[in-house]
Design a protein around this ligand. Structure first.
Ligand SMILES: Nc1ncnc2c1ncn2[C@@H]1O[C@H](COP(=O)(O)OP(=O)(O)O)[C@@H](O)[C@H]1O
Ligand SMILES: [Mg+2]
Length: 275
């Protein structure tokens, strides 16, 4: 017997959000290669504005590759290639003349392993991305406080902004990295297994942060933690590679993916029968 998995956010979504609007991020027929290795095939998926989408599937099915295609990080990798379109608020981010650096500012990314600059202070870490990108900031203290507050870390660090980033716990470091991404004022945030190195309490703190951020931005999160996907996401997308390139098996409201999926392979995966 399948157990029903409680999903927290689907109701909000189904009740309040426009599912087919033009806003947010949209992948159309995306493919990715590393040299001759076809890593990802035929992915079309819409991420509506102000929603959280969980990307799930076994290791190697192309989740990280897909995420990097969404903000033009993929092309950094030597011998990589891609095909397809990514629309951001209706505009193709791969159109000729679009500056990839500008896209990476608007679509931020947070990685699996918290990667603050350990010797820099907490405050300097928050502003590191802004400084690197040479973005002019009117009031650095305000931006620092705002970014740390939005990342759910301000109260814990406001008295020690000059301590080293490396002195924080793993969960705090990950929220510091989220604050660093938020200081760039992105319109969307891509998170690649952001909690996989964190303890359960830190994980819950980061999840609260994600849910809060989704009030104002589009969020995509890769996770291997099915409870996490159920807790934070409005939609889930299930990927599988099965020997060939990674493909999207199905995407739907999170509640449907967990409790009423269309594809039996999705049911097997979310019920923990493989992967
Ligand atoms: N930098 C890279 N160079 C060559 N192949 C890669 C690279 N990154 C990922 N791949 C390959 O692309 C496929 C998808 O990998 P990835 O996107 O990391 O999957 P996931 O994040 O779902 O575990 C895998 O076959 C992987 O070996
Ligand atoms: Mg990955």
């Amino acid at each position: 017997m399948n157990e029903t998995i409680a999903t927290d956010r689907t109701k909000r979504n189904a009740d309040n959000l426009e599912l087919s609007g033009k806003g947010g991020l949209e992948a159309r027929d995306l493919h990715a290669w590393f040299g001759t290795h076809h890593a990802l095939a035929d992915v079309s998926l819409h991420f509506p504005e102000r929603t959280v989408t969980g990307l799930i599937g076994p290791s190697g099915c192309g989740k990280s590759t897909f995420l990097r295609l969404l903000n033009r990080m993929h092309e950094f990798i030597p011998k990589s290639a891609m095909a397809g379109e990514v629309l951001f608020n209706g505009d193709d981010i791969y159109a000729p003349g679009v500056n990839p650096t500008e896209i990476r500012k608007r679509i931020g990314m947070v990685f699996q392993k918290p990667n603050p600059f350990p010797a820099m202070t907490i405050g300097e870490n928050v502003l590191a991305g802004v400084k690197l990108a040479k973005i002019k900031v009117e009031n650095k203290d305000d931006l620092m406080e705002e970014s740390l507050t939005r990342a759910g870390l301000w109260k814990e660090v406001r008295d020690r902004l000059n301590a080293a980033g490396g002195s924080l716990s793993g969960g705090q470091q990950q929220r510091l990295c989220i604050a660093r991404a938020l200081a760039m004022k992105p319109e969307a945030l891509l998170l690649d297994e952001p909690c996989s190195a964190l303890d359960p309490i830190s994980t819950l703190r980061v999840e609260e942060t994600i849910v809060q951020l989704s009030e104002t931005m589009t969020i995509v999160i890769v996770t291997h933690n099915m409870q996490q996907a159920a807790r934070v996401s409005d939609y889930c997308a299930f990927f599988l590679s099965n020997g060939g390139p990674g493909r999207l098996v199905e995407a739907d409201l999170t509640n449907n993916i967990f409790n009423n999926p269309r594809d039996s392979r999705t049911a097997d995966y979310v019920q923990g029968r493989f992967g």
